[in-house]
Design a protein around this ligand. Structure first.
Ligand code: TMP
Length: 200
């Protein structure tokens, strides 16, 4: 059986990631392409715990918890999914740690160290939007986490994370969500996924 691939979608809170991933999955379903949709923090006991309790912990503890959840995710979902020939589509991964743990005040080296043994995705897609657009979307949310209060910093750290990972040789695609419809963005992503599958 041919191996599947690991695709990561990233972007600031309020960029419209969930809607875009929903549409990508609809298109893959329509084409009968087998895929596994997943996210970090995950739906495991640890992942649910992190989502519920993230505001209780110091920056160091939260960084360790999300890294532990990432290794658990790789072991239990991502690697088995790839080996079974699926496209594993993941909402947030290491770039989120490069943004939110640095936003929390941690040193880059600390975060990189914790993530040294992770799997490099076949493709990482960065969704971008203007600060005003994400701010408007976040205004509609009831409660904001500690990471949803400084959109300017969040966007800047995403740009830095993208540059850092490009330098490390990650396969990266950046998509500006302001100038295209959700279905056009999803179509573009599906085309890129097909290229990755054909290339390996
Ligand atoms: P989400 O539901 O918008 O995906 O939120 C996930 C939260 O987890 C978000 O506040 C950021 C945080 N998080 C980290 O702090 N570090 C990480 O590496 C990941 C994946 C998430």
């Amino acid at each position: 059986m041919q191996e599947g691939c690991f695709i990561v979608l990233e972007g600031p809170n309020g960029v419209g990631k969930t809607t875009i991933i929903n549409t990508v999955c609809d298109q893959l379903n329509f084409m009968h392409v087998s895929h596994v949709r997943t996210k970090e923090p995950t739906t495991s006991e640890l992942g649910v715990y992190i989502r519920k309790n993230q505001n209780k912990y110091s920056k160091e503890v939260l960084a360790c918890l999300v890294a532990a959840n990432r290794y658990e995710h790789l072991q239990t979902v991502v690697t088995p999914g790839i080996q079974a020939g699926n496209i594993v589509l993941c909402d947030r991964y290491f770039p989120s740690s490069l943004v939110y743990q640095l936003m929390d005040g941690l040193e880059l080296l600390f975060v990189e160290g914790l993530n040294q043994q992770i799997l490099i995705p076949h493709l990482t897609i960065f969704l971008t939007a203007k600060e005003e657009v994400v701010k408007t979307r976040l205004r509609e949310r009831d409660q904001l986490t500690r990471f949803e209060r400084d959109q300017k910093k969040e966007i800047q750290l995403y740009q830095e994370a993208q540059a850092l990972l490009e330098n490390k040789g990650w396969n990266i695609l950046s998509i500006d969500t302001d100038s295209q419809t959700v279905s056009a963005i999803a179509e573009l992503i599906v085309q890129e996924i097909k290229k990755v599958i054909n290339d390996h």
